[in-house]
Design a binder for this molecule. Sequence first.
Ligand SMILES: [Zn+2]
Length: 305
Amino acid sequence: MLEYSIGVDLGGTNLRAAAIDANGAMIDKISGSTHLKAGRDAVVDDMVNAIATLRGRLGERKLAGVGVGVPGFILMDKGVIVGSNNLPQFEGYPVRDEIERRLGAKVILENDANAAAMGEKWIGAGAAVEDLVLLTLGTGVGGGIISRGRVLEGSVGMAGEIGHITVSPNGNPCGCGNTGCLEKHASATAIGAMARLMGLGAELTSEEVYKLAVGGDVRAKAIFKSMGEHLGIAIATLINIFNFPLYLLSGGPLPAWDFFAPAMMAEIERRSFTYRHSPTRVERATLGNEAGLYGAAYLPFLAGR
Ligand SMILES: [Zn+2]
């Protein structure tokens, strides 16, 4: 009997669930919206319904468990989300236990970037290594650290918050209370904010800023250079700490790689002795926004080992 697990990616905008087998093949998938305005209970209903629908479709096959990736800090042993800007209604809510109770299935809650890092390790750009760091550049900057094939959780599950590493001592203020966090200088949101400040447009996405850079706009190019420098500072620090072989980037600004990577690599080269003296790759992740689904689904398989 073929065993499978269900990965769920609960974001502030989209709710997706996928049934994935033990070899990493996606068998079935449901995509929908996260109806936050309808309230937390409606979102939990949607999530439970998506999981139950997939399970129903797969009939007799054995469900290994459910992995749920969510934005925000996670208390692993309690299965609770704390400090999520995208899902404020879930603050302190026992989301893991509630889903377990309603489905009668084992559920593992995980930070979404940690889940994405696990996905890249399982069947993505990191499949050949046991140790990697993934940075996801989106609304914020998510971070996931995989060490010896497993998510590095820290004491309660809050490790890997790379988006809140200080990269500029008196930089932009962040919702976490710090100033100069990486995500305030290198996320897709930060690119849009810089574009606004530089008079390029009020509500530009990172893709639109990228198109301006392709068209030769000097200010757009400067934005990506600044982004690359701040990313480089953070990645050099990570390399110095971990000496891992692989650091991956994913997210909306990735098409602008050629505009930000030179500045990023120059900073890494300058700031990391470890980088200069050990084989280290800084590359694009390959699973895109599917990484979190795969990684969430992998967690129940991994837990059984
Ligand atoms: Zn911060």
